[in-house]
Design a binder for this molecule. Structure first.
Ligand code: SF4
Ligand code: SF4
Length: 242
């Protein structure tokens, strides 16, 4: 999330960024992005020391709904993703309420960091959730995200019990991710619901990765099939490898 430090502003080759000093709640300033000038070179994202992007636009839920409405003849529903969309639960509730008036479905793509059970109004309008489970072991999860996975685990159980799980995803890369432990942990915690959602095993790919994982190879097809086999033995009936 942008803190308005302004470091990226001079790095833009087409002056699409300007810094408004002192603006922005609790921030050093606000970076204004001129979408019409932007050539999408992503220099600003590469130089940002906070892993943020200045390429943001503030919109009301009604403005997003207006964009959605233009596409109604071609879609059955919407999926909100991120970043992490559940950081804005009130916004999502407002948007979903509007979208539901058109009879469309509302899905959430989430890393599970927000406690869904605290937002019953949002869950009333949300049809299904695609949930990332990045790791099962607390320490492995912390190494990957610098966060705690208690909420993710709580969400997994809550969403399964509410029949709101569409898909659970694991990005497969050893040894960084405890893939087998994650498969087993999910299976044990939502044992009764394993036939109600898809387990998606995503082979890590280094496209666009700029961290220390940028040179890591994709797990072999045989390895992915091995994890698929383990998942099958754990009771998952809908498993996809991608
Ligand atoms: S995007 Fe990053 S570099 Fe640019 S102002 Fe925000 S925090 Fe600073
Ligand atoms: S992506 Fe756009 S805003 Fe960012 S540096 Fe490139 S031209 Fe400028």
């Amino acid at each position: 999330m942008c803190i308005g430090c302004g470091i990226c502003v001079d790095k833009c080759p087409v002056q699409a960024l300007t810094l408004k000093k002192g603006a922005g709640e609790g921030r050093r300033g606000a970076v204004i992005w001129d979408e019409t000038k932007c050539i999408q070179c992503d220099n600003c994202i590469r130089v940002c020391p906070y892993s943020a992007s200045p390429k943001i636009r503030y919109m009301e839920a009604s403005e997003v709904f207006e964009q959605v409405s233009k596409n109604i003849p071609f879609i059955r529903g919407i999926t909100v993703s991120g970043g992490e969309c559940t950081l804005y639960p009130e916004f999502l509730t407002e948007l979903f309420e509007l979208v539901k008036t058109k009879g469309l479905t509302c899905y959430i793509d989430s890393n599970g960091c927000t406690d869904f059970s605290r937002y019953p109004e949002l869950m009333k309008y949300c049809d299904k959730v695609m949930l990332d489970v990045k790791a099962w072991d607390k320490e492995v999860f912390y190494r990957l995200t610098q966060g705690e996975n208690d909420i993710v685990k709580k969400n997994l159980v809550y969403l399964a019990e509410e029949h709101k799980l569409e898909e659970v995803r694991i990005v497969c890369l050893e040894p960084e991710v405890d893939v087998e432990a994650t498969i087993r942990g999910i299976a044990e915690n939502v044992e009764k619901y394993l036939n109600q959602f898809t387990l998606k095993l995503i082979a890590f790919r280094n496209h666009g990765v700029s961290t220390k994982l940028k040179d890591r190879e994709t797990p072999s097809y045989e390895k992915m099939r091995e994890w698929e086999r383990i998942a099958g033995l754990c009771g998952f009936s809908n498993i996809r490898i991608v």
